[in-house]
Design a protein around this ligand. Structure first.
Ligand code: ADP
Length: 247
């Protein structure tokens, strides 16, 4: 049972959360250039659940890395609310990553030697939150994810679904408005995948989180997203309302 995690629902669903314009990321490999992103222009509204579809190598992870402040673009603009990530220094990008975005990965990326509570509390340490408050908030988040009895467990003592819930708790720890989920159910069975996707849906609908879901699974994207952007060879080839989206 997943209880509310107390975040504010945005007052206005039609505020632009992020916008890219002619965004490019090129990698120079010896004498050749890999155009991982080659002119992506897109807008995501606050409170939207966006599916980012595309086959392997189409540029999805590269785009997510730029949105998450994990890397700098080669050219173009990338605005998140009123901030232009292209103009940020490495230190400012790192601050953006800690405060404004929560990232959820296919392989959970938990620290194997740390307990569930410590994995969640660690991200708050980097944000300068005192230890007692970090632990209190980590416990509250884990309880809200139905993991009240698993707080002292290490990742290998948890199921895949439980590990992903710890990772989602960690992503929520600094109260970001934007969640980036990179194939979050790729390592899970179908029942657990549905539970994790329903949890993301609740974070979107109940708590107003903007969610960008990266997947190669068109059915999953259509079931959970409001809108779907499809990438191919680093460019947007379609941008349309999801087939299953409610009017
Ligand atoms: P996807 O997530 O859709 O599978 P990626 O964004 O990972 O696609 O990759 C897009 C393209 O960029 C691929 O051709 C990939 O090989 C290339 N690429 C990704 N990261 C790097 C990198 N660090 N150096 C060189 N090429 C890269």
């Amino acid at each position: 049972m997943i209880r509310s995690v107390n975040f504010q629902r945005p007052q206005n669903r039609f505020v632009t959360h992020l916008q890219t314009s002619d965004l490019r990321k090129h990698y120079v490999m010896g004498t050749s250039v890999v155009r991982a992103l080659d002119g992506v222009s897109m807008t995501v509204e606050q409170g939207e659940f966006l599916g980012l579809l595309g086959t392997s190598g189409s540029g999805k992870s590269t785009l997510l890395n730029l949105l998450g402040g994990l890397d700098h673009a080669t050219s173009g603009t990338l605005r998140i609310f009123d901030q232009d990530l292209a103009k940020m220094s490495r230190a400012e990008l790192s601050m953006h990553r800690r405060k404004n975005v929560g990232i959820i990965f296919q392989s959970f990326n938990l620290i194997s030697t740390m307990t569930a509570t410590d994995n969640v509390a660690l991200s708050m340490m980097f944000a300068g939150i005192p230890r007692a408050e970090r632990e209190r908030e980590a416990s509250r988040l884990l309880e809200s994810m139905g993991l009240g009895g698993r707080q002292k467990h290490r990742p290998k003592e948890l199921s895949g679904g439980e590990q992903q819930r710890v990772a989602i708790s960690r992503a929520l720890a600094n109260k970001p408005a934007l969640l980036l989920a990179d194939e979050p159910t790729g390592n899970l069975d179908s029942k657990t995948s549905k539970e994790i996707m329903d949890l993301l849906k609740a974070l979107n609908e109940r708590d107003g989180k903007t969610i960008i879901l990266v997947t190669h699974d068109a059915a999953l994207a259509h079931k959970y997203s409001h809108r779907i952007i499809t990438l191919m060879d680093g460019t947007v080839v379609s941008d349309a309302k999801a087939a299953d989206a409610q009017a």
